[in-house]
Design a protein around this ligand. Sequence first.
Ligand SMILES: *Cc1c(COP(=O)(O)O)cnc(C)c1O
Length: 381
Amino acid sequence: MSPEPSATESLAGGILRIDLGALVANWRLLKGKLAKGATCAAVVKADAYGLGMAEVAPALYQAGCRVFFVALAEEAFALRALLPDAEIHVFSGATDASLSELLRHGIIPVLNSLPQIDAATAHAKARGKPVAADVHVDSGMNRLGLEASELAAIASAPARLAGLDLRLVMSHLACADEPAHPLSAQQLAAFKAARARIPAFAAVPASFANSAGIFLGADYHFDLARPGAALYGLKPHNSAPNPMAQVVRLQGKILQVRDVDTPMTVGYGAAHRVTGKARIATVGVGYADGYRQSLTNRGHAYLGDIRVPVVGRVSMDLIALDVSQVPAALAVPGAVVDLIGPHHDADALAGEAQTIGYEILTGLGRRFHRIYVPAKESQPA
Ligand SMILES: *Cc1c(COP(=O)(O)O)cnc(C)c1O
């Protein structure tokens, strides 16, 4: 039996289909690019980039992934409840308040500053037991991580790290999605220099690459890679066709179809003026579902293989498509259109919306009828 109910079985205006088989295939593809023995972790922050951590993380675990990263302590606690045995790291580190709770759940904070390190070592001293933690070194992104002056302070006083059970030293690339960008090589050199300077950092596994970093080559891989976006099918770099399998399909349901003629307009603000006879389909997905308003008069959808434009403003629950070129029998109430699909992936939609695929995925709304295709049932891409 197909796991997918027909569109009309669901009352939702849109159907979000998440292919866990494609997700697992992507994880395996990324892992396959790393050296034997290197670890391919998975970044599942922001509810697994909007796709649902509760389904995504166990599917990856079943495929053999054991190391996970989230952004926030709350996300880590939720993940711990799903995966009692996984290794879980938290990018945003720990506050005095959250540290003991993280440790109680066996969660590893990424310490991003000297004050965070000092708090962790003080905690270790107080409880008479080392604190397992990572250290993030800023190699040139200037967002999170130890800065040069903090590195210098540790280099001249290595005892600042006493009490830490250091698990990983990491850094993060700013421009890895642009393979020609010179900053990546500069960051690589800075990361290596930091490790060379501080023996405690050289003695533990290192992690540098996000999705795009994996495609920069083996120099960038170190011991553990931290892909997020590419797992979910987003294009990891801007210089080649997307090698990742598509995980997300978003379909909107046609609610009404109407024939219009000049001089008429469509939607709020009369933002689309009809210039002849036209057929307009109204679809039950809008900006409240993450179909961004910037797609007004810019977005495209597919009815089967036929590309159809969004006309007029995106409203909260609805969009209008010009389906004049579509055979009348196909554009009917109850039929579905691909908003994200085989002809038009999340990156393509993001381009039309003048944003990035990450924002499209993490912005996917809560009202869709969600279908998770189990890993073993999905077809290879
Ligand atoms: C989000 C994040 C990642 C994952 O990046 P992708 O580009 O989605 O692969 C890796 N490392 C850090 C520090 C992050 O914040």
